[in-house]
Design a protein around this ligand. Structure first.
Ligand SMILES: *[C@@H]1O[C@H](CO)[C@@H](O)[C@H](O)[C@H]1NC(C)=O
Ligand SMILES: *[C@@H]1O[C@H](CO)[C@@H](O)[C@H](O)[C@H]1NC(C)=O
Ligand SMILES: *[C@@H]1O[C@H](CO)[C@@H](O)[C@H](O)[C@H]1NC(C)=O
Ligand SMILES: *[C@@H]1O[C@H](CO)[C@@H](O)[C@H](O)[C@H]1NC(C)=O
Ligand SMILES: *[C@@H]1O[C@H](CO)[C@@H](O)[C@H](O)[C@H]1NC(C)=O
Ligand SMILES: *[C@@H]1O[C@H](CO)[C@@H](O)[C@H](O)[C@H]1NC(C)=O
Ligand SMILES: *[C@@H]1O[C@H](CO)[C@@H](O)[C@H](O)[C@H]1NC(C)=O
Length: 718
């Protein structure tokens, strides 16, 4: 390795401009310079006409405007194979490139270049006979008549001119780029392609013209026999036919989303698969146009579909098709609309005006993804779903479904994700999904006004996650899920449940997470959760609990996390939670608690973190609780989500000082102007109660050394 420490310049000159030089191989280096390129050279064995392949990746940041004024080490420059530079040159001749004949990759993006000056010889890239990649994106170029080369043909493979200000492309600017494979002209101002600037680029495979102002292709790309991916998103195209885009049949990606198409001409779906590799995916993106109807496939299109394999030496081509028709105005899909597509695997029809979805099931056999979200669908037609045995992802959200008709999903065994949020399903007696995917399923039935849900024996097998939040459930016993033995997570937050008793929760023993946040629960009777022996997480935040009864959590022997935050619990005795043998995290945040007896946890198996902010614990009590924990006399570790910076606190946990009588007096006088209302009365009462409680604690714990200390400091302060 020692011989690679060649950087005499760097090692000895403190004022070097190239602080980083990383050897990456025998004669392979990555060099990073700032401002200027100076004092850098390669080791001797990598210089001159060496046999070792030399690659030098040079990056120059914050380049001086005239950094190429004093080229001293021509030898080093002539070794550079990849050059990335960032600076600010509204106008430049890029003369430094004259010294870099071996350059293969050149990145000039983001340099505020408005104008590249061509010298007599024919432009800055003229002598770069090895150049393959050129990035001129994110500049302000308008005139791009700069691509001339000494050799013909040249080696240019990839050119990016994205994010410039190009509005006109003359017919011959790309004429010499006959080897180019990828051209990016996206985010410019191009509207006119009548000079057919791409006609010489017969090797082009990827052409990005998205976000320009093109109205009509007019055959401008018809020469590109090898084009595979054409991006025209965000233009003003109103019409596509086999004259304006002859090569459409061979495209693997055709993105014409966010244009102004208002109808689908037959060519848009037809493909010949001439240069498709096996297992390739054909993507047709028509999102964001004004299409109103998807007509039956024509007999010509269908014929093309079935003769496609013959074209390629009888090699059957295995292709999947992904079709995006979202965000149009489609109200009508004819029965054979998708017949010309080969193996349709993904179909997005979201955000249209469909009232139903009735299509030939044979064309949907391969569908894995179907998005019908945000339409006006009131009913599901079972026949459409009949052959979709591969369907995994079904989005029916934001429609007007009120029932799931008989047989709808009778042949769907691979559903992983079914979203029916924001429909009008009030009552569900049959889900109609027999079994989900072997990896488990997710069903979202939130936001429906649902108050009754019954999953029968033999239905909804393998359902793992069920979302019933934001519904109208007031009687939890109307949600019967006890046969769902693979259900792990149930969300019933944002409902109207007021009470729980031992008959309320008809849930399977397998459940591990139950979310009951944001209900109106006031009362939890003993044994309410008795059958949930595997529950690990129980959320009861934002309810109306003021008291926890003995036995309320009986049977929850696996519960690790209990969230009781944002309730009205004022007093809590750990003894009522002693059924929770595995409890590790308890949140009591924002309850207005002033008393918590933690004696019940003395023998708790593990440390129990209790989140405490938003309560009225006295600093004396808190000090004691912390000391007890720190000394190992208690298992309860008081903590907060966010440590407080202001007010009274211990270890960042807020608490109320003993002299709260004084505070009370202060508050009362201050409040004359601010809160002379009922809220103050309540507060006053709370504080008085708190003082009473604190006195009680003080009597019990006054001998505790820490408390004593606290009291003394308080006295001193006074
Ligand atoms: C040089 O840069 C090119 C392109 O960025 C990269 O593919 C190559 O791995 C780099 N080589 C070294 C030695 O860093
Ligand atoms: C286009 O390519 C042909 C050779 O295929 C070449 O003769 C012609 O000069 C090229 N056009 C331009 C503008 O360079
Ligand atoms: C579309 O095809 C279906 C089934 O062959 C046929 O019933 C329907 O009439 C066709 N629609 C039109 C407009 O031809
Ligand atoms: C369905 O489409 C909607 C709207 O286009 C989108 O927000 C949603 O994420 C899609 N659903 C899935 C499952 O991809
Ligand atoms: C269901 O779709 C809605 C949007 O319509 C989305 O917010 C929600 O996250 C989806 N449900 C799931 C489980 O992904
Ligand atoms: C919820 O149920 C009540 C009656 O129990 C009904 O008046 C109300 O309209 C329902 N809300 C929704 C959104 O369905
Ligand atoms: C909370 O419960 C109390 C009775 O404990 C009741 O008076 C009050 O209305 C309830 N509040 C809400 C928002 O349901």
């Amino acid at each position: 390795m020692k011989e690679l420490l060649f950087m005499l310049g760097v090692v000895t000159h403190v004022s070097s401009y190239c602080p980083e030089m990383h050897p990456m191989g025998l004669c392979s280096f990555r060099v990073v310079c700032r401002g200027d390129i100076r004092d850098v050279s390669l080791p001797y064995k990598c210089q001159g006409s060496t046999n070792i392949p030399v690659t030098v990746n040079l990056t120059l940041t914050e380049a001086n405007e005239r950094f190429d004024d004093k080229i001293i080490d021509v030898e080093f420059f002539s070794s550079v194979t990849s050059f990335r530079v960032s600076g600010n040159w509204p106008k430049t001749a890029l003369s430094i490139l004259e010294y870099m004949p071996r350059l293969q990759k050149l990145y000039l993006d983001n340099n505020n270049i408005k104008h590249i000056i061509s010298n007599d010889e024919g432009g800055p890239f003229f002598h770069l006979n090895r150049l393959e990649v050129l990035d001129l994106s994110q500049n302000s170029l308008t005139d791009i008549d700069i691509f001339s080369f000494e050799n013909y043909p040249n080696k240019m493979k990839k050119l990016s001119l994205a994010y410039n200000a190009i509005d006109k492309i003359l017919g011959d600017v790309f004429g010499e780029l006959t080897s180019l494979v990828e051209l990016d002209l996206s985010h410019n101002l191009i509207s006119d392609l009548t000079e057919e600037p791409f006609s010489n680029m017969t090797k082009l495979e990827v052409l990005k013209l998205n976000d320009n102002r093109i109205k009509n292709l007019n055959g401008a790309v018809n020469n590109l026999q090898n084009l595979k991916h054409l991006f025209l998103k965000g233009n003003h195209i109103q019409n596509i036919d086999d004259q304006s885009l002859k090569i459409i049949y061979d495209l693997e990606t055709f993105d014409i989303s966010w244009n102004q198409l208002d109808s689908l001409t037959s060519v848009v779906f037809s493909r010949h698969w001439n240069h498709f590799a096996s297992n390739s995916v054909c993507k047709i993106k028509l999102s964001g146009n004004h299409i109103t109807s998807v007509p039956n496939a024509t007999s010509k299109e269908i014929l093309e579909r079935f003769t496609r394999s013959i074209r390629k030496n009888f090699n059957p081509v295995d292709v999947l098709t992904e079709l995006d028709l979202s965000k149009n105005e489609i109200s009508n899909i004819e029965y054979n609309a998708f017949q010309s597509l080969v193996k349709l695997s993904s179909l997005d029809l979201s955000c249209n005006k469909l009232v139903g979805f009735v299509v030939n099931p044979h064309d949907l056999e391969h569908l894995k993804y179907l998005n019908l979200s945000t339409n006006y669908i009131t009913n599901l037609y079972f026949e459409s779903f009949l052959s979709m045995s591969n369907l995994q992802n079904l989005d029916l959200s934001h429609n007007y479904l009120d029932v799931i008709p008989d047989k709808t999903f009778m042949n769907n065994y691979n559903l992983k994700y079914v979203n029916m949020t924001h429909n009008e399903i009030k009552e569900l007696e049959n889900l109609r999904i027999k079994t989900f995917h072997p990896d488990g399923g997710v069903l979202d039935l939130s936001n429906n006004g649902l108050f009754k849900f019954n999953l029968l024996f033999g239905e909804g097998l393998r359902l793992n996650i069920l979302l019933l939040n934001s519904n109208n459930i007031s009687d939890a016993s109307l949600v019967k899920l006890h046969y769902q033995t693979e259900l792990k997570t149930l969300d019933m937050s944002w409902n109207l449940i007021e009470e729980l008793d031992e008959n309320s929760l008809r849930l399977p023993v397998t459940l591990s997470t139950l979310n009951l946040n944001y209900n109106k629960i006031q009362k939890i009777a003993p044994s309410s959760f008795h059958q949930l022996g595997h529950l690990k997480m129980l959320r009861l935040a934002h309810n109306n609990l003021s008291e926890i009864e003995y036995g309320a959590f009986q049977g929850l022997t696996s519960l690790m996390h209990l969230d009781l935050s944002f309730n009205n619990i004022r007093y809590l005795d750990s003894k009522v939670l002693m059924d929770l043998k595995s409890l590790a995290i308890l949140s009591l945040r924002f309850n207005g608690l002033y008393s918590l007896d933690y004696n019940g946890w003395l023998g708790h198996k593990i440390d129990l973190k209790v989140y405490m902010e938003g309560n009225s614990f006295s600093c004396e009590w808190l000090g004691h609780a912390l000391t007890d924990f720190n000394n190992g006399y208690s298992r309860m570790r008081p903590t907060v989500l966010m440590r407080t910076m202001s007010g009274h606190s211990l270890e960042g946990i807020p608490c109320i000082k003993k002299e709260s009588e004084m505070e009370l007096a202060r508050l009362t006088s201050a409040s004359d102007s601010v809160m002379a209302d009922e809220r103050l009365l309540v507060l006053t009462q709370k504080i008085l109660e708190a003082i009473k409680e604190q006195n009680h604690f003080m009597k019990r714990f006054i001998w505790g050394a820490h408390v004593q200390h606290l009291v003394e400091t308080e006295k001193l302060k006074r």
